[in-house]
Write a protein that binds this ligand. Sequence first.
Ligand SMILES: *Cc1c(COP(=O)(O)O)cnc(C)c1O
Length: 374
Amino acid sequence: MDSKQPHLRPETIAITAGRPEVGADSALNPPISLNSTYVAGGPIGYGRYGNETWTALEVAISALEGGKSLSYSSGMAAISAVFSTLPVGAKVVASDQGYSGIMTLLGTLTAAKKISAKFVKITDTAEVIAALDGADLLWLESPTNPSLNIADLPTLIKEAKSRNILVTVDNTFATALIQQPLAMGADIVMNSVSKYLAGHSDVLLGSLSTNDPLQYKALEEARKFNGSIPGPFEAWLALRGIRTFPLRFQRASENALELAKRLSQHPLVTRVRYPGLPTDPEHAKAKAFMKGFGAIVSFEFAGDVAATDKVCESSKIVTYSTSLGGVESLWERRRRWPLESASVPESLIRLSVGCEDVDDLWADINAALLAAKK
Ligand SMILES: *Cc1c(COP(=O)(O)O)cnc(C)c1O
């Protein structure tokens, strides 16, 4: 089952990639390789340098993203690996709103004078392009967490590459199913594997994918010597999760569109952001290059902080919890986290839509909204 056949579609890749060679009595699934060291003479050598279970997972992510992949102990470990390869003083262009972990890291590295960051309004393509001259790295995340802003990836990647700027895309929200940044010319794609790829809220893992052998080598060295290696069991669970990833993602995305539509009509909801809604300000841009719109919906409740918290506390099926991308629906008021960007409204709820029945979800969401009404 060679996973590298480029003509295979992602639904097939997810199921076939990263399996052992087929032979009489060969196992269908890779073993969980629990080894800190290896007999001398082979390509691995030591357990911080390589592991057969990581490799199986990486083969699958590589086939999905279209680039050679490395797994890390978390999404943040993967992000940190990229930044650890930059020279001191590197100039970074990034969105002024994005995943709170990367925003915090950018702030910390800037304060320590390791990088200098220029923050831009990522929906304003002209503003981003104007900020590119002299930059070393363009860090893109699209759709953004939690505001669901869309970066014009094809245009921005092309503009950055024409200036020889390294481009990294955080593909966690969209996934390889609906956009493949490497095919658009990006140098590195990052995924929080903890989310849709693993898909069951039981694993923390991250990945980087690239088609540039020098980048791959630098990022592999970063993993080896930062020591940000995944656990073999986590890698195994993530690969098992990938087997159903396209099915889960498709179902969750269908649910998300339907819930976004219903939320838009709700008298207690003042604003809904979902790039798949024809009324969303980013819909046309998203539609031009994305094959779908994902399964995160953000909306603002018509109430204050306490009332919005009450919404999240009142649901029975949707769990009041951070994170996203699992089979189970989760929601939270993002600003409950002190690190969340101040540009995110206090009453914004990020809903990670799962694979439950959509009418059951709606009944639960509607009841929670009404329970919090003053
Ligand atoms: C969760 C997340 C991360 C960080 O991933 P971890 O696996 O939690 O370290 C990075 N980017 C985005 C968009 C995320 O949602």
